[in-house]
Design a protein around this ligand. Sequence first.
Ligand SMILES: [Zn+2]
Length: 63
Amino acid sequence: MAASNSKNCPGCGATLPPYADTCPTCGMRQPPSQTSWIKRLSPVEVFLLILGSIMLAIGLVAL
Ligand SMILES: [Zn+2]
């Protein structure tokens, strides 16, 4: 089974180190391979998450 964490440069097709942020062959800047989980949330979900955190904080202070 081939390692799935290697990636190829979209510009020149060279195989890149897993954590390279620029291609060593052509210098093309690479998109981040894994976005953080919060960036995959929709704006509504982020809003609800923040709202929920605030409500929880208020609840903890009020009690
Ligand atoms: Zn490249």
